[in-house]
Design a protein around this ligand. Structure first.
Ligand SMILES: Cc1ncc(COP(=O)(O)O)c(C=O)c1O
Length: 467
């Protein structure tokens, strides 16, 4: 593809993206396809001869788009949102265009320095401790794994390689937390799933008991992960108490605020983040709630030197004359090669401005509260967890069904809700009970979409008795 052709096609692609975003609402949020439907339409072999871009693009529209879920849809209430605002899409295009690899300061000085500046901006906007330094990772999973390795290595340095290290998190922690423990070498018998209270938050007394019991048996409490805004119910672990316990026991404290962290932009939400000054590491995903195109995870650490002790490895070919004066982010995590992610964070923070981001999150929080009050007011429905960070967990509760039947009934209800083709929600399990999650957080969602979702849910509940 020559430059003239690239220019022509790129204009067409931008027009297509703008039209796509303008016309997303009438589409069903998830495609009606069965496993293999897309693959069957694609040839088994790559072409020997290049094809015209028009033909490839026609296949993109004909084969690929019908098999996509529309995460930017206003009826997207599943998982947590993955917002891609227009300035972040432009930034991704520019990052693709300049195609730099941001592994070291020397391999693109502006990328490293922009990452430092934008992460400091974000830290101040969130009111996170000044002592924290930031690095952009691809996902919260990677940040949590990175933090777990740092905590493990620190414990090894303190207690020796033969020490029996232990990892702690609440039973409601995200799967990425347990994956991090497993990948860092903690066996099942060295992992403690700490019990939660009625609001699904970690019970600090249970954590204290586990830490003490392990220490009494000669084990080393190495890593504790607390969550602010758990995936199933946005539960908030009591970080101030957990932080004091980890200080007493010399454990590394990582805080997973992947979704909820963005709400720290709001002064009225700051109290949820109390105790962060006691943490060693915290993760927030601007690629979820802040409109920054996936992937962009902000990982803040108290002591970047610990990251470097675990991850820095410098062969001759990676050295540069400025190494003593600069940050080389390749030493702050697992991959050597790094995408230019700071650009989209910078462009979103500048083009949106903090005020507009606060206004959006405030609206989502308000609609979450309203939705929770509609559930509470309807005697046929039951709210299954406190409402925080715009997530409402609920179930339909017709009379006369036992717990197992209620699970089945709500699974059927969820399928009916999603079959409307207007909204997409998912379910989860809280204390073994199946519940439906209404996660509000998509930037294209308006209040009318939240009302429509509730209408669809009630109408679907009325139909669960049919057939
Ligand atoms: C609380 C929490 N932690 C971690 C993750 C994983 O995020 P990522 O996809 O960035 O790894 C999620 C995903 O929704 C989450 O809700």
């Amino acid at each position: 593809m020559n430059s003239a052709e690239f220019r022509r096609q790129a204009h067409g692609v931008v027009d297509w993206i703008a039209d796509y975003l303008d016309t997303i609402e009438p589409r069903a949020p998830v495609p009606d396809v069965r496993p293999g439907d897309i693959r069957r339409q694609l040839p088994a072999e790559a072409p020997e001869q290049g094809e015209p871009f028009e033909r490839i693009f026609a296949d993109f529209e004909r084969i690929i788009v019908p098999g996509l879920a529309h995460w930017q849809h206003p009826g997207w209430f599943a998982y947590f949102a993955s917002n891609a605002s227009p300035p972040s899409i432009l930034a991704e295009m520019l990052a693709a265009g300049v195609a730099v690899n941001c592994m070291s300061w020397a391999t693109s000085p502006a990328a490293t320095e922009l990452e430092q500046v934008t992460l400091d901006w974000l830290r101040r906007l969130l009111g996170f401790p000044e002592a924290f330094s930031g690095v952009i990772q691809d996902t919260a999973s990677t940040a949590t794994f990175t933090a777990t390795i740092v905590g493990r290595d620190q414990a090894w340095r303190r207690a020796g390689r033969d020490a029996r290290l232990v990892f702690y998190a609440s039973e409601e922690a995200h799967s990425s937390v347990w994956k991090a423990a497993r990948l860092a070498g903690f066996g099942e018998s060295d992992v403690r799933r700490i019990a939660t209270d009625a609001a699904f938050a970690m019970q600090p007394d249970a954590l204290a008991a586990a830490l003490e019991a392990d220490q009494a048996q000669g084990r080393v409490p190495a890593v504790v992960v607390a969550t602010i805004g758990s995936t199933s119910s946005t539960a908030i672990d009591p970080v101030p108490v957990i932080g004091r316990l980890t200080r007493t026991h010399g454990s590394f404290l990582h805080v997973d605020a992947a979704w909820a962290g963005s709400a720290a932009l709001l002064p009225e939400c700051r109290h949820y983040f109390a105790g962060l000054e006691l943490a060693d590491s915290v993760v927030v995903n601007p690629h979820k709630w802040l409109g920054v195109h996936f992937d962009c995870t902000a990982h803040y650490v108290r002591d970047p030197g610990l990251l470097q002790q675990s991850f820095a490895l410098t062969p001759e070919y990676l050295r540069s004359v400025h190494d003593a004066e600069v940050v080389n982010y390749r030493d702050w995590g697992i991959p050597l090669g790094r995408r230019f992610r700071a650009l989209k964070l910078w462009m979103v923070l500048r083009n949106s401005g903090a005020e507009a981001l606060r206004a959006m999150i405030r609206q989502h929080l308000r609609w979450g509260e309203s939705f929770g009050s509609w559930v509470d007011a309807d005697p046929e429905f039951e709210r299954m967890a406190p409402v925080s960070f715009a997530l409402v967990c609920f179930r339909h509760r017709p009379a006369g069904l036992d717990e197992a039947e209620l699970d089945q009934h709500n699974r059927r209800l969820l399928a009916l809700i999603n079959a409307s083709g207007r909204v997409h929600l998912i379910g989860t399990s809280l204390r073994g009970r199946f519940v439906i999650r209404m996660a509000i957080g998509q930037r294209s969602t308006e209040e009318r979409h939240v009302r429509e979702a509730w209408d669809i849910i009630r109408a679907s509940a009325n139909r669960t008795g049919e057939g």
